[in-house]
Design a protein around this ligand. Structure first.
Ligand SMILES: NC(=O)C1=CN([C@@H]2O[C@H](COP(=O)(O)OP(=O)(O)OC[C@H]3O[C@@H](n4cnc5c(N)ncnc54)[C@H](OP(=O)(O)O)[C@@H]3O)[C@@H](O)[C@H]2O)C=CC1
Ligand SMILES: O=C(O)CCC(=O)C(=O)O
Length: 442
């Protein structure tokens, strides 16, 4: 039986996980063919099987005094190159398939950063939307009351993802500290006053734009005047927009799960501050943007990919850009797609980009800036020290340059086109695979 058939059989009913494995396999299986030692040690098969999966009950009491029950997860995928590392997602769509895909991708992404971090992901089907702060706190405390046994600064260091921001990290950290009676760097994305790293909130969005700049630099281009379509309006989208505006680009769209806004005049710093306040403080909907800025349009129940742009940055969620969207973007002049979200483009969409030689950068390379600065937060916590903003930002830029170079090394094709997907997958694989061989059959 071939490698993929075995993996597909073992994980049937997990479409997102199989999608992520298939994407990697497309490049890794031929690579293994040329490097038989990886086949002998069954490295890829082992990488596609989590080292450990934790599933637990999360009971909590809502403001009306009603008992609620959610399901909590932590997928500890691979610890070959360092402690497990990866975010927590709180969203009703969370299930084992989604978290296994995210943990699998995280292993490659963390390897690409060059920092000693294994791969993991976790979360719950809990929906923070519409909940009071007190409800979110009680949920987080209950979630950590089980999770704390399975994590630690040298074992597994979670962080944020969809639905988990500074507020949730604070409640989770507070409960961990109370249960363990120790103050350690067990989570990243912490507040600056209590062990968080400067630039971590910005890092994923900034890193995404630094990656685009690296590619543009090689092509003798800049972001000045480029029209950018962004999806999402959460952490990644907001800071991708901020850095784009700083670089002189024109950001024309942002979205949430109900629809998108199109502002042909461009979202400037003042408008972006409105969005940040709307999403982080008022926890409102993106549709409210047009009340403040009536010259913009709001399109309900749609994604922003029909809008003419030079660059598309999907920054919301998985599979949010399909083959129809891909073709529409190209027809409207878009020649560059970089993923701020994890696996936002379907396999069919990516096939269209590859066939038409559109520059496409997968999330595991393009959005690695977030976890990279999480790695720097771990370093600072170990040193019991806090670096200034510029120092962290410089290191982030350096790490992104390194990831770009790795992608070019493994992804350059005979005609000079760089296949960033190939480069990221092989580049991320090699380091983990070598470590697994060194460490024996475990
Ligand atoms: N935070 C980080 O450091 C990193 C995040 N990522 C990835 O980036 C993406 C965004 O994460 P982040 O910004 O942190 O999360 P946030 O929770 O801050 O924001 C998520 C955004 O995506 C939208 N969204 C979520 N689910 C859907 C959906 N099913 N359909 C349409 N829109 C949706 C949300 O809209 P609404 O409010 O309506 O739900 C919101 O605008 C995710 O794929 C995440 O895995 C990758 C690397 C690091
Ligand atoms: O900062 C981290 O540890 C994880 C970030 C994350 O979840 C991701 O890269 O998808």
């Amino acid at each position: 039986m071939n490698i993929l058939t075995t993996i597909e059989k073992r994980n049937s009913g997990e479409p997102e996980f199989l999608q992520a494995v298939n994407e990697v396999a497309e490049y890794i299986i031929p690579f293994i063919g040329e490097n038989p030692k990886f086949e002998k040690y069954k490295v890829f098969e082992r990488m596609a099987e989590p080292e450990r999966v934790l599933i637990f009950r999360v009971p909590w009491v809502d403001d009306a005094g009603e008992i609620q029950i959610n399901r909590g997860y932590r997928v500890q995928m691979n610890s070959a190159i360092g402690p497990y590392k990866g975010g927590l997602r709180f969203h009703p769509s969370v299930n084992l398939s989604v978290l296994k895909f995210l943990a699998f991708e995280q292993t490659f992404k963390n390897s690409l950063t060059g920092l000693p971090m294994g791969g993991a992901k976790g979360g719950s089907d809990f929906d923070p939307k519409g909940k009071s702060d007190a409800e979110v706190m009680r949920f987080c405390q209950s979630f950590m009351t089980e999770l704390y046994r399975h994590i630690g600064p040298d074992l597994d260091v979670p962080a944020g993802d969809i639905g988990v921001g500074k507020r949730e990290i604070g409640y989770l950290f507070g409960q961990y500290k109370r249960l363990k009676n120790e103050f350690t760097g067990v989570l990243t994305g912490k507040g600056f006053e209590w062990g968080g790293s400067r630039i971590r909130p910005e890092a994923t969005g900034y890193g995404l734009i630094y990656f685009v700049q690296e590619i543009f630099k090689d092509e003798g281009k800049t972001l000045e005047g480029k029209v950018i379509a962004i999806s999402g309006s959460g952490n990644v989208a907001q800071f991708a927009a901020e850095k784009s505006i700083q670089c002189g680009a024109k950001v024309v769209t942002m979205s949430d799960s109900n629809g998108y806004i199109y502002d042909p005049e461009g979202i400037d710093f003042e408008k972006l501050a409105f969005i940040t306040n709307l999403k982080e403080i008022r926890r409102g909907r993106i549709s409210e943007y047009i009340n403040a800025y009536p010259s913009a349009n709001y399109v309900a129940d749609a994604k922003p990919w029909a809008v003419p742009c030079d660059i598309a940055l999907p920054c919301a969620t998985q599979n949010e850009l399909n083959e129809t969207d891909a073709q529409q973007l190209i027809n409207n002049g878009c020649r560059f797609v970089a993923e701020g979200a994890n696996m936002p483009c379907t396999r069919e969409a990516v096939a269209i980009f590859n066939k038409q030689k559109i520059t496409y950068v997968p999330g595991k390379a393009a959005n690695a800036g977030g976890v990279a600065v999480s790695g720097l937060e771990m370093t600072q916590n170990s040193l019991r020290y806090a670096w200034v903003k510029d120092k962290v930002d410089d290191r982030l830029k350096m790490i992104i340059r390194g990831i770009h170079a790795t992608c070019v090394k493994y992804g350059k094709e005979a005609d000079g086109h760089i296949n960033y997907e190939k480069g990221a997958n092989i580049g991320g694989f090699v380091k983990v695979a070598e470590a697994m061989i060194d460490q024996g059959v475990v």
